[in-house]
Design a protein around this ligand. Sequence first.
Ligand code: DAH
Length: 342
Amino acid sequence: MEKEFEILDEEFNSSIESTGNIVELENIRTLFLGKKGKLTSIMKQLKELSNEQRAEIGKNINRLKTVFQQRIESRKEVLKKKEFEEKMNEEWIDITIDPFSRDFGSLHPITTVQKRLEDIFVAMGFRVLDGPHIETEFYNFEALNIPSHHPARDMQDTFYFEDGHLLRTHTSPIQIRGMETIKPPFRIVGPGKVFRCERTDASHDSCFHQFEGMMVDRDISVAHLIYFMKTMLGEIFESEVEVRLRPGYFPFVEPGFELDMLCLLCKGNGCKFCKQVGWIELMGCGMVHPNVLKAGNIDASEYSGFAFGLGIDRLAMLKYDITDIRPLHGGNLNFVRQFSIT
Ligand code: DAH
């Protein structure tokens, strides 16, 4: 019987050492200590022994039972630790990665100002229209009351294609395209890129951005124009603004104006910001010329309207105190990131 115990003990030890996980270990437990296990089957043989032998062997069996249980428990601890470590290695998350290190990018200041303008006008009942960068002379000039002989064409020299198309010099063609599809009364705005054959300097570039607006209804007057312009500028500069109109010539409006805003810094006294003028020149505007209404199939005796066109780049420069247009159009991210609004 001694020998049998020894063999069993060895067998148990090597089985336990070879277990790789807790399920296997539990199988070993059943194999040795279970109802039909190896130790139990020895116990069944006790019946055939004398009382003395039975007591002796019974003791041994009980000792072995306790030892086996202890070994199972300690092996269990080892396996548990091993399984946990394996899991940790498989499922780890590197919490040291900085979640804010990713570069998300942001809106360009020109886009920010354009979107703000769109929001302001949409809130006042205007529709935002788009137009092509490549235009015909009809939309860019003729329909806007600028015939081919007109000297105003000189001021808006641009890039022509061989087939007679050109890169639009202003966003005003959007007025004509708008009138083709929308019947009065209407309020529209049209932002976008415009192009001119311009020598580049701190305030000029051959490509820049404009924001066009037009409102056509019955009995529209200069008072409406001033109201909408003041509201827009007040929203952009986040303060009450004062404006003034000076006569300005644009063939598509009559009367035509240049609109100035009282300098927000010096309130008209003259400073570096307004170049000692006290006023800041902002945009062209006026009452839509009857010829333009006619080109849009609108009865000028029934309807009237105002229109305006402003430079988005210039507005962004004023808002963010940028003194040169070139970096605004350049690819230097260090520059534009200063104005990043995400
Ligand atoms: N298109 C003009 C320009 O580029 C700006 C302008 C002036 C637009 C008067 C208008 C306007 O709609 O009424 O210089």
